[in-house]
Design a protein. Structure first.
Length: 265
């Protein structure tokens, strides 16, 4: 993917170890992030032969996934794909399931080597163990993630996130702000419709990846982004841990970054 001039960042900075790049539009943000993901994919494939990736499922990822599907020169047959969380209790064919979202936005558009879906509706603890085993068979190379309005990564909400979690996958109860975001995103008609429990990859599982690429657009994410970048690294804002990753990049639009709110911008 060549880098179009329209995709150049309006702000580039580094917070601790985390590279932060801000773009004028969601499309530019998604295109630039996709170019970086493709670059990392090709590096890993050249080194290892295949690449193991974890994808977030949320409207915030729309532009990234659209540009990934359009990318040229990607050998998707050498990609093993996982997703990072899933609701418990939704019907198998529910359009609100994250597996459905990824099927519609990525998996059905490219010819992946392997796709591993979380199947949460049997015994959740057994499913945690099964999925953890799949994830642990080899290192995770790339994680593509977002940040929630409450600062969560995957479904590791404030008060639940554990930066030293011994688990790889666990069941969690979702906090109300997390569930309200699903309504705000248009995924559910009202709060009562949003499941209260889910399975999620833990913070250490996400942080174990060689590369982290975050994509976070929109004004509703601005406070979470501010806390993640300027507050303490704390489980009170789980996304703050991204600043500790050895090779992480955060792609934002100006609505999420709030350019004028940062001194010197």
């Amino acid at each position: 993917m060549g880098m179009d001039a329209r995709w150049q960042p309006v702000v580039q900075t580094t917070v601790d170890r985390l590279h932060v790049r801000v773009y004028k539009s969601r499309d530019a943000m998604g295109a630039a992030a996709a170019a970086e993901v493709v670059n990392k994919m090709k590096q890993v494939q050249a080194r290892k032969g295949r690449v193991r990736m974890v994808f977030a499922a949320a409207p915030s990822q729309n532009e990234l996934l659209m540009h990934l599907c359009r990318a040229e020169g990607v050998d998707w047959s050498r990609v093993e794909a996982f997703h990072m969380d899933e609701y418990i209790g939704l019907p198998e064919d529910s359009p609100q399931r994250f597996s459905y979202y990824l099927q519609e936005h990525l998996f059905r558009h490219v010819q992946l080597g392997q796709v591993h879906l979380i199947r949460p509706n049997g015994d959740p603890e057994r499913e945690c163990a099964r999925y953890a085993q799949l994830l642990s068979e080899a290192p995770i190379d790339i994680v593509c993630l977002g940040i929630g309005e409450n600062g969560h990564i995957a479904f590791n909400d404030p008060g639940v996130a554990n930066f030293d979690d011994p688990a790889v996958v666990k069941s969690v109860c979702l906090d109300e702000k997390c569930r309200q975001q699903q309504v705000n995103d248009g995924c559910f008609p009202d709060l009562a419709s949003v499941p209260k429990t889910a399975l999620t990859l833990t913070v250490p599982a996400l942080m174990s990846a060689d590369y982290l690429i975050g994509v976070v657009p929109g004004p509703t994410k601005r406070e979470a982004v501010r806390r993640a970048l300027t507050g303490p690294v704390s489980a009170d804002c789980p996304a703050s841990i991204l600043r500790r990753h050895q090779d992480g990049a955060l792609y934002l639009d100006t609505d999420a970054y709030g350019v004028s709110e940062y001194a010197g911008d």
